[in-house]
Design a protein around this ligand. Structure first.
Ligand code: CAA
Length: 633
């Protein structure tokens, strides 16, 4: 196969390279260090007609081909991987589904400003329980009159919160798997649509990435993209193209690192000659150049197939997988050639080394790319389990007594009585700064705490609850209300004690994983749909400023707290009043005990259903073991 880009392609490359060298390169280190989005540069890309490269001029685009788009992402990534992915996520993910599946009205309203670069686009598919298994989507959209009511959360969303327009995937028909998922166009600023954590990433730090939170967001019916139930296919088709963008990003990052290494190898003299002339380095450079060329051919060929409306899903997966795999090898070799110098902050190869890694992860991990490629060459492999089965809450099966009704005083009274009945003694206390991993009880603040002065409410409650103070990650890392060693979560401190009171914490997956071993979880949050409530034993829906002082007073016995005895792990609050008259069954995999009285409401098993009556396909809600793996105790 002889493959050659046209003069027009190379003219575009020269134009984007000049822009990247003059407008992005000088600020790339600063953007990386400050975790800062290149707002001005992205605006200029719009003015240069680059934000809608492959879309027709009638929709505000440049009317160029898919290969031109790949070249633009490659050239931006050559100097900054973060800027490259901003363009890629905007064009391939935020705009393409509207171009390919939108109505004429949707294209005019949303695609035109996106393609002109007046607005930025993003794509919301990934969720805490739906990463590689995208069909496990849990966000819901329920039709009520002229609107869909959207509830749920999306994580790791590239371009959020900078983007204006989001293509969001949500379940419209539950329990039928991927065919029950639909796609919607959602605008920033709509009531109930907020952003969670802004992630602090290893690389591509000039791109912004955040969590999306939907709380009863009213999405007009006309913003349904395609038909109901077509969402999963829209997502998959979009990702086929998106993978060309990520492959180009990986190629650009690797190309930039290679060029720096080549230049350095020619200048750096050791043993009396440039290291480029030492065979070991020259062979490295030869391998790097070969890998880059192979990746480039794969990418450009996938782009050509797409442009000519030929099947390209396998080819784009191959391009993404190969380009990102070799990107890691090339940046590693480039840094090796630089030696100690390349290990210093501010060196382009050091940034490329960090930027590269994400390319093997997002828009489908390279393991998923191999699943896609294998399915094309040997047919679809039969699934074990499957996406239609709901997963249990991240923090495990909980009692979920959520108090919404009555006055705040009544709700607090019920909570305190329940906690006391479970065995909590509120006459004892521990130091507020007891390490989280050693604390018996923790009162934690999330973003919902608002202004810093409100931390006084947390402190007062912690004293009366006999607890130490903790927080969610953003409260420690971004708001800096508490030291970093006080944040609880998978990436922070794990809480293994008894009582965890989460105040204003929405319940991001990484936080919930850090508290899953807590005996009792109490959630206080003004948002009744916050995921924390699904993961709590007790909850009060209400504002912190109102609930916390009343709860604090209810726990105050008017005396200083006595020193708490050494922590003893308590039983989870599923205490049976008397020994059951029926047999109990325990999961052989994780020890979860099926309780007939509770059933498994998450998976539509009504309370009172005996183990024997559970359907054969029922699986352990905690670890997914089959029913037959349960043992009678
Ligand atoms: N185009 C159109 N339809 C497709 C398709 C495609 N490429 N791939 C699958 N489908 C259809 C199938 O034909 C099937 O339809 P039928 O039921 O009518 O036959 C339906 O979709 C379901 O397909 P599967 O049974 O194959 O679906 P699955 O649940 O097994 O999932 C998967 C397949 C490939 C693993 C998919 O889940 C997947 O791609 N996962 C990775 C998700 C991903 O890439 N996420 C990236 C998030 S975005 C991101 O990362 C952006 C960023 O930050 C920059």
């Amino acid at each position: 196969m002889l493959f050659k880009t046209t003069e027009e392609h190379e003219a575009l490359r020269a134009k984007v390279r000049e822009f990247a060298e003059t407008e992005v390169k000088p600020i790339a280190f600063m953007l990386d260090q400050n975790n800062e989005f290149p707002t001005e540069a992205i605006k200029k890309l719009g003015e240069m007609d680059l934000m809608g490269i492959p879309y027709p001029k009638e929709y505000g685009g440049a009317g160029l081909d898919a290969l031109s788009y790949a070249i633009a992402v490659e050239e931006l990534s050559r100097v900054d991987g973060g800027t490259g992915v901003i363009l890629s996520a905007h064009v391939s993910l935020g705009s393409y589904p509207i171009m390919a599946f939108g109505t004429e009205e949707q294209k005019k309203k949303y695609l035109v400003p996106l393609a002109k670069g007046e607005k930025i686009g993003a794509f919301g598919l990934t969720e805490p329980n739906a990463g590689s298994d995208a069909g496990g989507t849990e966000t819901t959209a329920v039709l009520e009159g002229d609107h869909y009511i959207l509830n749920g959360e999306k994580i790791f969303i590239t371009n959020a919160p900078k983007a204006d327009t989001y293509v969001i995937f949500a379940v419209t028909t539950p329990d039928i798997g991927t065919k029950g998922i639909s796609a919607f166009i959602v605008e920033k600023g709509w009531e109930g649509f907020t952003f969670g954590d802004h992630y602090d990433k290893l690389g591509i730090r000039s791109s912004s990435t955040a969590q999306l939170l939907f709380n009863d967001v009213k999405v007009p019916k006309e913003n349904l993209l395609g038909k109901e139930g077509e969402g999963f296919k829209i997502a998959m088709a979009t990702l086929d193209g998106g993978r060309i963008g990520i492959a180009s990003q990986a190629l650009g990052i690797a190309q930039g690192a290679y060029e720096h290494a080549l230049e350095y190898a020619k200048e750096r003299i050791q043993f009396g000659k440039p290291i480029a002339h030492q065979q070991v380095i020259s062979f490295k450079l030869a391998d790097m150049a070969t890998k880059l060329r192979a990746a480039r051919f794969l990418i450009y060929s996938a782009a050509e197939l797409k442009e000519h409306h030929e099947p390209y899903g396998m080819e784009s997966a191959m391009a993404k997988q190969y380009a990102s795999d070799i990107c890691l090898e090339v940046v590693n070799d480039a840094l090796q050639i630089f030696g100690g110098t390349g290990y210093l902050k501010g060196m382009e190869v050091e940034r490329a080394y960090r930027d590269a890694k994400i390319c093997t992860i997002y828009e489908g991990t390279n393991e998923i790319q191999r699943v896609v490629i294998a399915a094309h060459i040997i047919g679809k492999i039969a699934k074990e389990g499957g996406s239609t089965k709901k997963k249990g809450p991240i923090a495990g099966i909980r009692k979920r007594m959520i108090l919404k009704d009555g006055t705040v005083e009544e709700r607090v009274k019920t909570l305190v009585e329940s906690l006391k009945a479970d065995g909590y003694d509120f006459t004892v206390g521990i130091d507020l700064d007891t390490p989280i991993t050693k604390a018996d009880r923790v009162v934690s603040a999330g973003r919902g705490i608002g202004k810093k002065e409100n931390m006084e409410l947390i402190k007062n409650l912690a004293i009366q609850a006999g607890a130490a103070i903790g927080s969610s990650r953003p409260v420690a890392e971004e708001l800096k209300y508490v030291p970093l060693n006080r944040y609880v979560g998978m990436s922070g401190q794990k809480f293994n004690g008894n009582l965890y009171i989460a105040c204003g914490i929405s319940g991001a997956g990484q936080h919930l994983k850090g508290i899953k071993d807590a005996t009792t979880i109490v959630a206080i949050n003004s948002n009744a749909n916050a995921p924390i409530f699904k993961n709590a034993d007790y909850g009060i829906v209400g504002s912190l400023e109102e609930v916390l002082p009343i709860l604090t007073a209810a726990l105050d016995n008017g005396e200083p707290k006595k020193e708490a005895p050494p922590m003893k792990k308590m039983k989870k609050p599923f205490i049976k009043k008397s020994a059951p008259s029926y047999k109990t069954y325990v999961c052989n995999g994780c020890g979860y005990e099926y309780d007939k009285e509770l059933g498994d409401p998450e998976n539509e098993i009504q309370p009172g259903t005996s183990f024997e009556k559970l359907p054969d396909e029922w699986i352990c809600p905690l670890c997914g073991e089959a029913k037959e793996e349960f043992i009678e105790v």
